[in-house]
Design a protein around this ligand. Structure first.
Ligand code: ATP
Ligand code: MG
Length: 526
């Protein structure tokens, strides 16, 4: 059996997968002509919705399946080609077989076509939580809102807190959209703290990670998936674990497997340790490491964080080896939804043992939750110029078109461009539709304050109130000494009162902070 026929056989297993109810519901809605927003946990099988719609690559209309990274696009291309599908690819550095019925692409390569009104029958936006990304979110937002009405949308994610807002947005754009939600994780997740592991590891095993992994394996928490911030770290950590952990049961590799993974990774695999990153060939990842991990043959896999979305396997436990990673040459703190996605990988397939996850020692578990999608507030001027150019070519007013486009974005708050005033008063003797002076008229100053929930809200209007009617709320974190809950500001401002503590009767530091703020107000209010 050759490697490619072996891989095709392996992938053929997926073709007989019996779809779950939520997957069937999503496909039925797509066939009915609706846009579909799918919210289902990591590894739940969101890709199958598209695969079923496309009738295993034999879809009638064209489909474009967009993914966030080139590595993921290459993976999808190889996976579907190995099944015999006719697939093309469009990424920043690769453009091939673009007439195929299925194209895998990064979203940015499709934006300009969509703006020009040229869309496929189905546009899949995998990992659409990217909409909230500071750098790339604008592209996602624009591609969605500019998709022609004939193009159906399938939005997939496992880490969005407000998918219903995406559905509302699509509906506001005049589209028919439904939410298909599947919240159940196949295996429950439990949190294990590194210092709760008590197994006594022999002193020959040195270093934080080798000792932690040895303890976790001894306490039956293996196999373990460790996420490392970059490729070299992943490789170095895997090599370190392979050196330090005793290997009573080495893994025999076939000549073909050795050929695919090379000597270095082959040595690690023998000790049942592997690394996994986008620098490895698809054959090494999908043909050797992933099947071995799925078959329970590996003890530890160290993977890069950047490819967390693209790993096609789960292991019993997941641990994070850092709180940040390098993306586009910049060190980025892990976002809560990225941590959620990584922890989503915990729980070996088919196992009934609870999955476990562990955070880096200084991270709080509150750092792991779905992303609340909202737009960054920026304006994509480059894209707007393309919109205006396309409008001018169709003999439409480019300025009006730009304003209309802004109104279609993922927010109900108006995003002001500066041409609104001159659109209302089109008679401009000077011939200019806008200039800095006119743009000034539409700029609105907003004064806001950070409220106790940590959100910005509009500053309240001041009203004149006699000091005797002012009440100050008091809070304390000392249950032994509850303060009077409400105190008259007149008492607080009584002559002789301590200028900071005033005559406030009790309470912890929070109380004084509140009070000292409030003390500034009465003279102004009177
Ligand atoms: N109904 C099903 N029954 C059993 N296995 C399934 C089912 N649907 C999909 N799978 C398998 O689940 C695995 C994960 O699927 P997939 O990669 O689509 O997950 P995902 O939801 O896209 O996860 P992620 O959020 O990580 O992208 C695949 O191996 C797939 O074949
Ligand atoms: Mg997926």
């Amino acid at each position: 059996m050759t490697f490619s026929s072996g891989l095709a056989d392996l992938l053929a297993i997926n073709q007989v997968t019996v779809p779950d109810l939520w997957q069937q519901e999503a496909v039925a809605a797509l066939r009915d002509g609706s846009d579909v927003v799918v919210q289902a946990p990591t590894g739940a099988g969101k890709t199958l919705v598209f695969e079923l719609w496309s009738n295993q690559g034999k879809n009638r209309g064209r489909a474009i399946y967009t993914v966030p990274t080139r590595a993921l696009a290459n993976d999808k291309l190889a996976e579907w080609r190995a099944r015999g599908w006719d697939v093309g690819i469009a990424t920043g550095d690769l453009s091939e077989n673009l007439d195929a019925p299925v194209i895998v692409a990064t979203l940015e390569t499709q934006k300009n076509r969509l703006i020009q009104g040229d869309g496929p029958s189905l546009l899949v936006i995998d990992e659409y939580q990217m909409l909230a990304d500071l750098d790339r979110g604008l592209n996602y937002e624009l591609a969605i809102c500019m998709s022609p009405p004939e193009t159906q949308l399938l939005l997939l994610s496992g880490s969005v807190a407000n998918p219903q807002d995406a559905v509302k947005w699509l509906t506001r754009l005049g589209r028919r959209a439904i939410l298909v939600r599947h919240d159940v994780r196949p295996v429950p997740l439990e949190e294990v703290h590194a210092n709760s592991l008590s197994y006594h590891v022999p002193s020959e095993i040195r270093g934080y990670w080798p000792r932690l992994v040895a303890k976790a394996l001894a306490e039956d928490l293996g196999p373990i998936l460790v996420f490392a911030p970059r490729r070299q770290t992943a490789e170095a950590l895997a090599a370190e674990l392979s050196r330090q952990l005793p290997t009573p049961n080495p893994l025999p590799l076939s000549t073909e497997q050795k050929l695919i993974v090379g000597e270095h990774l082959g040595r690690l695999l023998k000790t049942r340790v592997a690394y996994h990153h986008s620098g490895l060939s698809y054959g090494a990842r999908a043909g050797v490491i992933e099947p071995l991990a799925k078959a329970g043959q590996l003890r530890v896999v160290v993977a890069t964080m950047g490819l967390a979305a693209g790993i096609n396997f789960s292991l019993r436990s997941v641990a994070l080896a850092a709180e940040s990673y390098r993306r586009d040459e910049v060190e980025q703190l892990l976002k809560p939804d990225e941590i959620l996605q990584m922890f989503g990988r915990a729980g070996a397939e088919g196992s009934t043992k609870p999955a476990s996850s562990s955070l880096p020692p200084r991270t709080s578990p509150a750092r792991c939750h779905p992303a609340h999608l909202s737009r960054s507030g920026a304006v994509d001027w480059g894209a707007l110029l393309t919109v205006m150019d396309a409008a001018a070519r169709r003999h439409r007013d480019p300025f009006a078109e730009a304003v209309l486009t802004q109104e279609r974005l993922f927010t109900t708050k108006p995003i002001v461009l500066g041409v609104e005033e001159s659109l209302r008063h089109p008679n401009v003797p000077c011939g200019l539709r806008t200039d800095p002076e006119r743009a000034r008229h539409v700029r609105k100053r907003v004064r806001q304050m950070l409220n106790s929930r940590g959100e910005w809200q509009d500053y309240p209007h001041f009203t004149a109130t006699p000091v005797r009617d002012v009440r100050v709320m008091a809070f304390t974190d000392n249950p032994e000494k509850p303060p009077e809950s409400v105190l008259s500001a007149k008492d607080a401002a009584a002559p002789g009162a301590d200028p900071v503590k005033g005559s406030f009767p009790a309470g912890g530091p929070q109380t004084w902070a509140w009070f000292s703020c409030c003390r500034l107000w009465p003279p102004q209010l009177l």
